[in-house]
Ligand binder design. Structure first.
Ligand SMILES: Nc1nc2c(ncn2[C@@H]2O[C@H](COP(=O)(O)OP(=O)(O)O)[C@@H](O)[C@H]2O)c(=O)[nH]1
Ligand SMILES: [Mg+2]
Length: 650
């Protein structure tokens, strides 16, 4: 197969030639001419390639151009690769329109496509293909782009080679067809046109055709044809090119950094670190401290008024330790939620969130999750409540539900006191390692849970893989504040009743015994009785019937911090270090310490998180499934850990 490269000077033919042939090239000489050209074979194929001198049209103006024309017309050519400089399409396509008159298959290589990236226009090659009925391919000879595709197309004959489309206005086409039908040579259209342009026409037939066209257009038919070619091209280019908006240009520039191969993930982690430390860290800690202070002074104030009013001890306690304490738990979430919603909304509406999904999709899809799930997981290590709300940006409902169910299994910061309590007590020197291992365990637990839940809910892998990324936009502040306000209000509305109610219920359970005597010591309370029942299911993970442990775990439902504070109250100590000297908790061994930690880490989250799940899953059944699943999973895990470690003598 003999292939020739044809194109304007400086369109990149020689560069492409070198790229395609490597070292398999030699200088050839055209018989009877001093001008030489290069010949070679395309790497790893037996196709020969010829690099001809550049030409601007099929009307040669120099000896070199004559060589090119004569080679194309007279040699055995199986395919013309028309090399076109995409940055000056108008001039280059002029030659293409002429090459289309030849009886040789053509493949147009739009070279220098790399340069187009810096220009503000885009070329739709499909439009060009449709109009010319030949294949167009974007390449860059210097940047080695599209070269493999080019070779592939050539090797497999994968290019359009249908009927040649009309190039000129109908009267001209009509005369071309008339003349070419009487010719008996290859390249009829090319020669017919030449005859029509000829100043010294040979036959009467040609003279009459010429006269017809001259009366329609102008005296100089060469000019007329050239003009019609130019008109066609300029019209086509307006159709085929669209200008890139300044937003798209800006987006491209930003993405060069944000989606850079090496920088994208560090940048994402830094952004998350900032969001995390500002919302959950700074605002979260500050507001929890401040709000507990306010609640404290408000409670004192209210208590004094109630005493003055002669209210009973239990009613004061109900209001303060039940209702107001519950409202305080709810309120302490609000400031960090506002800040977090603000950040998440900015990430989403700016277009960055879609890019994060794009970065992590491949990995996360394996577990039935969207790349966007990474954000709730990271935030979840601070607090599950805002993390669950941040799943709002996951479009696919199934993927969203799965993420919501998994997020509470990320150990949140409120679970940290549990970890540190046990780790520092039982693993003094290696407590850092234990904390680290628990986080690793959390990752394994989440992956395993994902696989199981995916199976339960028959979650199909979503096919909506992103290929188009939106442009970056500055968020509209109006909508931004409306969204944040709406989301925050949703939380307050949904959470207040549930949290206050459960706080009151726990208060009742702690404060009364079954005879409804108020103010009994905790070990005689209703909660302790429930704890004594629960001690049996806890036995397989503790090796001990301990109502104190099951009650503490149960209190974690209000807030996970309460697990440790409940243990302190039951042990009757003030420092957490003394907990294990109390007879209530002295039974803990290394094995039961680890299993109890694991159970608290992965079992049902606190009421606030369950409320958030209820709001976002939108179905009570799904919440029940999630909470039961988590608790059951944690239970099995804890029992396995305890028994394996106990067998190992720990
Ligand atoms: N940016 C860019 N420059 C190119 C590309 N192909 C060729 N060139 C440059 O364009 C110039 C002309 O290339 P050359 O191969 O000599 O063109 P020829 O006259 O058609 O043989 C050289 O400076 C090449 O480096 C390309 O794909 N992208
Ligand atoms: Mg050259």
């Amino acid at each position: 197969m003999n292939i020739v490269l044809v194109g304007n000077q400086n369109s990149g033919k020689t560069t492409l030639f070198n790229r395609l042939t490597g070292n398999n090239q030699k200088v050839a000489n055209f018989p009877g001419a001093t001008i030489d050209f290069k010949e070679g074979s395309i790497l790893n194929t037996d196709m020969t390639l010829v690099d001809l001198p550049g030409i601007t049209s099929l009307s040669p103006h120099s000896p070199e151009q004559e060589i090119t024309l004569s080679y194309i017309l007279n040699e055995e050519v199986d395919l013309i690769v028309n090399v076109v400089d995409i940055t000056s399409l108008e001039r280059n396509l002029y030659l293409t329109t002429q090459l289309l008159g030849l009886d040789i298959p053509i493949l147009v290589a739009l070279n220098m496509s790399d340069k187009l990236r810096h220009q503000s226009t885009q070329i739709h090659t499909k439009t060009l293909e449709k109009r010319f009925n030949v294949s167009f391919l974007n390449i860059s000879a210097t940047k080695n782009m599209g070269i493999t595709e080019l070779i592939c197309k050539i090797q497999t004959n994968d290019y359009l080679s249908g009927k040649r489309p009309p190039i000129y206005l109908p009267p001209v086409e009509q005369e071309i067809n008339l003349i070419s039908s009487s010719l008996d040579v290859p390249h009829k259209r090319y020669y017919a046109l030449k005859l029509l342009e000829d100043a010294n026409p040979l036959t009467d037939e040609i003279i009459s055709s010429q006269n017809k066209l001259k009366s329609l257009y102008a005296e100089d038919l060469y000019e007329v044809f050239a003009e019609q070619r130019y008109n066609l091209i300029s019209k086509l280019i307006t159709y085929a090119s669209s200008s890139i908006s300044k937003y798209e240009l800006r987006t491209e520039k930003i993405d060069k950094i944000l989606l850079n191969k090496y920088l994208s993930i560090p940048i994402f982690l830094i952004i998350m670190l900032v969001i995390y430390s500002v919302s959950v860290g700074f605002i979260g800690t500050l507001s929890i401290d401040l709000i507990s202070e306010w609640i404290q002074s408000f409670s004192n104030f209210l208590n004094n008024i109630l005493i003055d009013l002669g209210a009973s001890a239990w009613s004061r306690s109900l209001l303060i330790d039940g209702v107001i304490a519950g409202a305080g738990v709810m309120m302490s979430f609000v400031p960090q939620l506002v800040v977090l919603f603000l950040f998440i909304n900015i990430l989403e509406s700016s277009g960055y969130m879609t890019r994060i999904a794009f970065l992590f999709d491949k990995l996360f899809r394996k577990f039935g999750l969207s790349g966007r799930a990474l954000i709730p997981f990271i935030l979840g290590s601070g607090c599950s409540v805002p993390a669950i709300y941040s799943t709002k940006t996951i479009e696919n409902k199934q993927e969203r539900d799965l993420t919501i169910m998994l997020t509470p299994m990320v150990p949140c910061s409120a679970k940290l006191p549990i970890i540190t309590l046990f780790a520092s007590m039982f693993f003094r020197t290696s407590s850092g390692f234990i904390v680290f291992s628990l986080y690793l365990l959390a990752i394994l637990v989440i992956i395993l849970s994902a696989v199981i839940i995916k199976y339960f809910f028959k979650i199909k892998p979503s096919t909506g893989f992103l290929s188009e990324l939106p442009t970056y936009k500055l968020p509209n502040t109006n909508y931004l504040f409306k969204d944040v306000a709406g989301q925050t209000w949703d939380f307050i509305k949904n959470a207040t009743t549930i949290i206050v109610l459960s706080s009151v219920i726990v208060w009742v359970l702690i404060s009364f015994n079954f005879n409804f005597v108020y103010g009994v010591p905790i070990e005689e309370s209703i909660l302790a009785s429930i704890g004594k029942l629960l001690a049996y299911p806890f036995y397989p993970m503790l090796g001990e019937l301990s109502w104190a442990s099951s009650v503490s775990a149960l209190q974690g439902l209000i807030a996970k911090e309460q697990v440790v504070s409940s243990m302190q109250v039951i042990a009757g100590v003030s420092g957490s270090g003394d907990i294990f000297t109390s007879p209530m908790f002295s039974f803990f061994t290394t094995a039961s310490a680890i299993s109890f930690m694991a159970f608290n880490l992965f079992s049902a989250p606190c009421i606030a998180a369950i409320t958030a799940m209820r709001g976002e899953l939108g179905s009570f059944k799904k919440v029940a499934f999630a909470v039961l699943f988590q608790t059951l999973f944690a239970y099995v895990l804890a029992v396995v850990i305890f028994n394996v470690l106990s067998l190992g003598g720990l």
